[in-house]
Structures are given as structure tokens and as C-alpha cells.
Design a protein around this ligand. Structure first.
Ligand SMILES: [Zn+2]
Length: 215
């Protein structure tokens, strides 16, 4: 069973994180609901509690703060942050970018779902804002991993090639995240269909998961 991990988080023993591959199947069912069985299989593989929090993602800019009683599926949301231990945060994607965040100083984590529309809605700046307002984070301390997504050469919209990875990175830097604290995994989901799902590559409802948790 293959998973993908970011180097930027590897030295930290109080978090767990990974990106799922096709080995774990799709994290969504054909009716667009969460595939809880496959998500649980992935979380178990990571030795994480199965009470993960996922989002009903809508390509918007809403970011929710998760506490013990938030439930397992947050509606109308594209970002999550928490300082709770053993509450895995989950984002599912196929071409859009999955982002995970960790503030080792304030001990808080987050996830975001960022495609073209979510970026335009400010999902990244609103995620960083939640770290600042809820956890008193210093953006210069926050580490960010940007996972597999569709690359510019494969993403043509209305006759133009769109680079969502560059846009996401620029949004982070605009919010005072240090360039050295951003890790981009340069994998194109539409090209690497052996390992990942791709909406433009033909995976209608199929999604892979990116998860981070304080442990
Ligand atoms: Zn590609």
C-alpha cells in the first residue's frame, strides 16, 4: 500500500500525515458521498483514529475551526483547522490541490481544498487567518505542504493554461508564509493516473485523500 508524504513534516513526531494513492481506492462513492470504508482503511494504515473530519467541499472560501463536537462531515466548507489531538483532518481531491498546514509552535494543523474557484474565493488566505485569529499563530512559523494536482500544461480553461500551484504558492507568500516553509509536490494528477485520481483524466467522482492529525 503506497502513500505519499512531505519531507517538510518528517522531523515532527507529534503529527501524522499522508496522501493516499489508488491503492486505497476512491474516498468518494459514485453518488458523491464520502466512502467511509476506504477512508477508514487509509486512517487505520496511518495508525490514526477513524473519527476523521471531512468536508462537503464546494470550491468556496469557508474555513471551519474543529473542536471535539464538530462532527465528521462539515458542510459548505473548503478548509479546516484544529488544535485538538487525534482528530484527523481530511481533504479529498482529483486535480484540485490538497494543502496541509502545521504550526509546530502553537501546535495546530489544517487542511484546504484549492482549485481555481476556491483560490479566487480566498480559501488559502482564510485558512491562514484562522491560524492567526484562533491559535495566535505567527505565519512565519507555519509549514505548508501542497500535494498532487493538475499542472499548468494539462489545465486549459477558456483557451488559457492555468497554474493553480503557482497561484496557491503566491497566496501563501502574500500571507507571510516563508518560501522555505512551503513544499510543493510536483506531481500532475492528470499525468500520474497510475497513482492518483484525476477529474480531467476521467475520474468523475473518484478522489484521493490528504490527511493530517496532531497525535
Ligand atoms: Zn499533466
Amino acid at each position: 500500500m503506497n502513500v505519499l508524504r512531505f519531507n517538510i513534516f518528517s522531523e515532527y513526531k507529534n503529527i501524522a500525515h499522508a496522501v493516499s494513492t489508488r491503492d486505497f481506492g476512491s474516498m468518494k462513492n459514485t453518488d458523491n458521498t464520502l466512502n467511509k470504508e476506504n477512508l477508514k482503511k487509509f486512517l487505520t494504515f496511518l495508525n490514526l483514529s477513524s473519527n476523521a473530519v471531512a468536508m462537503n467541499q464546494v470550491h468556496g472560501g469557508n474555513v471551519a475551526v474543529i473542536d471535539d463536537n464538530s462532527g465528521s462531515l462539515i458542510e459548505n466548507t473548503d478548509g479546516l483547522v484544529t488544535s485538538q489531538k487525534n482528530v484527523p483532518l481530511c481533504v479529498v481531491t482529483a486535480d484540485c490541490l490538497p494543502l496541509i498546514f502545521y504550526d509546530p509552535e502553537k501546535m495546530a494543523v489544517g487542511v484546504a481544498h484549492a482549485g481555481r474557484r476556491g483560490l479566487a474565493a480566498g480559501v488559502i488566505s482564510q485558512t491562514i487567518e484562522k491560524f492567526i485569529t484562533k491559535f495566535n499563530s505567527n505565519p512565519k512559523k507555519i509549514l505548508v505542504g501542497i500535494g498532487p494536482g493538475i499542472e499548468k500544461k494539462c489545465y486549459e480553461v477558456d483557451g488559457e493554461f492555468v497554474d493553480i500551484r503557482a497561484m496557491a504558492t503566491a497566496d501563501l507568500i502574500e500571507k507571510d508564509i516563508e518560501e522555505k516553509n512551503i513544499e510543493n509536490i510536483d506531481i500532475c494528477t492528470k499525468c500520474d493516473t497510475d497513482n492518483f485520481f484525476s477529474y480531467r483524466g476521467g475520474d468523475g467522482t473518484r478522489r484521493f485523500a490528504t490527511v493530517i492529525a496532531l497525535i
